[in-house]
Design a protein around this ligand. Structure first.
Ligand SMILES: *[C@@H]1O[C@H](CO)[C@@H](O)[C@H](O)[C@H]1NC(C)=O
Ligand SMILES: *[C@@H]1O[C@H](CO)[C@@H](O)[C@H](O)[C@H]1NC(C)=O
Length: 562
């Protein structure tokens, strides 16, 4: 007995050295390394974060519709954020019923803003009825559980109480203490907006640095990482709601940038990057949603800046990325010509304080470029034309791939046209006219998204009759209103006449779209740009302003007033 355990210790010590595992880890963790590999390395999943507490009035039909929509866009399941309201149980019943007739999966993600880390009881009670359901997501043969926060939770105890071996992958901050927590199988990160998890609004594009922090801790243990992706962040809630949240996190080109980063990560860490969680499916109070607006809470004023701003077209950009993620490929493979666009309704200089529900411009507002953004998903070279208020400007993309383009924003109705070299194209119309006046009287740094595919399907369009007439002219001249555009949008983005009409002479597009041999171009910006801390636009600079999303005093507990 004694000799055996000494031998074990010796063997353990040499394994520790051989695997270069920090010496304060021990046999338990090494055992994990040996057992986590039973799930095939090609098994990868994409989930969306569903705020169950936001849909207290949802019916079975609502759930059926949301499950079918998510499934049709390539999402494998919902991470069900539960906030402990009595209504959660009924909603979970609807959710599991909706998922049970398909391959769609569900797992529970307790929100520790509402649950206590000290008492494993309520979390156990939450999980127990559902983990044995057929639609409950299992990984490695175990029901999967995630979280929003919850450091200090005794997962060993929760497992014991639930009576089922769980696969535990919570959102904790990246730290040695977090990965050393007994009973964890992996970690999930919430850091998918620049500045998230820091105490500042940050004017930089998202990088994979936060992911690398997690992976640096998880990879030596052979543990899994759930990477976050989000299209946007804007919240504009008055203090009277108990959540004084009034800020924009820099999201202009976040969605395509972040998806490309997921592919960068999966090729680098194929054994760790098993899961992606889209944050969120339905948080319209933070503009991070990808589902259509189903706002059920009307007292916090979100309707004014969220209701008309459908984000669901963002989902039409992610298909090629999801396929590449699952295959472990570095680049998306585009098989269908499609445009996805997104833009704010109002030029950022607009002053709305007189009529605004919060009364102040959101922190970070100045970071937003006055640009209309387009992701061109192309199977070959193409010309993308955006016409605003009757003035057209064009940019060319020179190969297959996902190309993110920015066009100067100006006042007027917006239409989009893509002409693929050799035939085919797509066109559509933005559902809201851009204005220099406040939309519904409030500051709005949310976006609306729309899409049009080469086969003529188009969504997020208000006008089906008048599209497709945009001139594809290489003579497009910037209108005077284009001068209002933020200088961070390359001014050369307007079409420059070119003799042959073929070559891309626009420096502007190269900032967004880097052609490569593999025919894929996307948002790999020069490092000199990402290190530039401040807006180069005339007279605008963004001060790093403190905010905190920490549970102790952050906006989630209402402690972040102005
Ligand atoms: C080994 O680590 C696990 C998990 O961190 C912990 O529960 C256990 O007490 C440790 N055992 C020893 C002998 O240090
Ligand atoms: C973010 O990336 C886009 C695309 O490369 C670039 O145009 C923009 O200037 C970048 N923003 C910042 C703050 O660096």
């Amino acid at each position: 007995m004694k000799i055996t355990s000494i031998l074990n210790l010796v063997i353990t010590a040499s394994l520790v050295r051989a695997l270069n595992i920090p010496s304060h880890t021990n046999t338990t963790i090494i055992d994990k390394r040996q057992t986590t590999s039973t799930a095939s390395s090609s098994e990868r999943y994409v989930f969306a974060h569903f705020m169950v507490g936001f849909v207290n009035s949802y019916t079975q039909d609502d759930w059926d519709r949301d499950v079918a929509l998510a499934l049709s866009k390539g999402i494998d399941g919902f991470a069900l954020n539960c906030d402990g309201q009595d209504t959660n149980a009924q909603q979970l019943q609807f959710a599991f019923t909706a998922a049970s007739s398909s391959n769609f999966k569900l797992f529970i993600s307790p929100d520790f803003v509402h649950y206590s880390c000290e008492d494993p009881g309520p979390v156990t009670e939450l999980l127990k009825p559902w983990v044995t359901q057929s639609a409950y997501f299992q990984y490695d043969g175990k029901p999967f559980v995630s979280s929003f926060w919850g450091e200090g939770t005794d997962w060993v105890k929760v497992r014991e109480n639930v009576g089922v071996d769980l696969y535990v992958c919570p959102y904790y901050y990246a730290s040695q203490a977090a990965v050393d927590t007994p009973g964890l199988d992996g970690l999930f990160s919430w850091r998918t907006w620049p500045g998230e998890g820091q105490d500042t609004v940050v004017f930089e594009n998202m990088t994979t640095a936060p992911d690398e922090e997690y992976l640096g801790l998880l990879a030596p243990l052979g543990e899994a990482y759930m990477a976050p992706v989000s299209p946007w962040f804007y919240s504009h809630l008055p203090a009277s709601t108990g959540y004084a949240k009034n800020y924009y996190l820099y999201s202009d080109t976040l969605w395509p940038t972040r998806w490309q980063q997921i592919l960068d990560l999966v090729t680098q860490y194929p054994d760790q990057v098993k899961f992606v969680e889209i944050i969120t499916w339905n948080d319209w109070t933070e503009s991070s949603l990808i589902s259509p607006y189903r706002g059920t809470m009307e007292t916090d004023g979100n309707k004014d800046w969220a209701e008309d701003f459908d984000h669901s077209a963002f989902m039409d950009m992610m298909g090629p990325f999801i396929s590449a993620f699952k295959a472990g490929n570095a680049q998306p493979e585009v098989t269908e010509n499609r445009l996805v666009w997104w833009y704010r309704p109002t030029l950022k200089a607009a002053e709305c304080s007189g009529t605004d529900s919060v009364g102040e411009k959101p922190r970070g507002w100045d970071m937003a470029a006055d640009s209309v953004f387009v992701a061109a998903l192309t199977t070959g070279p193409a010309t993308v034309t955006v016409t605003i208020g009757g003035t057209a400007s064009s940019q060319q993309v020179d190969g297959a791939g996902v190309h993110t383009l920015a066009f100067p924003m100006s006042v007027g109705s917006v239409s989009f046209q893509m002409d693929v070299d050799g035939g085919g194209g797509a066109s559509g119309q933005g559902s809201i006219e851009i204005s220099d006046q406040c939309y519904r009287g409030v500051y709005n740094f949310n976006v609306l998204a729309g899409t049009a595919a080469a086969d003529g399907t188009s969504s997020g369009t208000s006008n089906t009759g008048g599209s497709a007439s945009a001139p594809v002219s290489s003579e497009a001249v910037p209108s005077s209103t284009a001068a209002r555009s933020d200088d961070s949008t390359p001014s050369s983005a307007e079409s420059t006449p070119s003799g042959g009409g073929v070559a891309n002479t626009q420096q502007g597009s190269s900032a967004y779209s880097t052609p490569s041999d593999s025919g894929v171009a996307i948002t790999q910006q020069p490092s000199s740009v990402s290190s530039a801390p401040a807006n180069t636009g005339a007279g605008s600079s963004v001060q790093a302003q403190p905010y905190s999303s920490h549970p102790w005093g952050g906006w989630r507990t209402g402690g972040w007033g102005n």
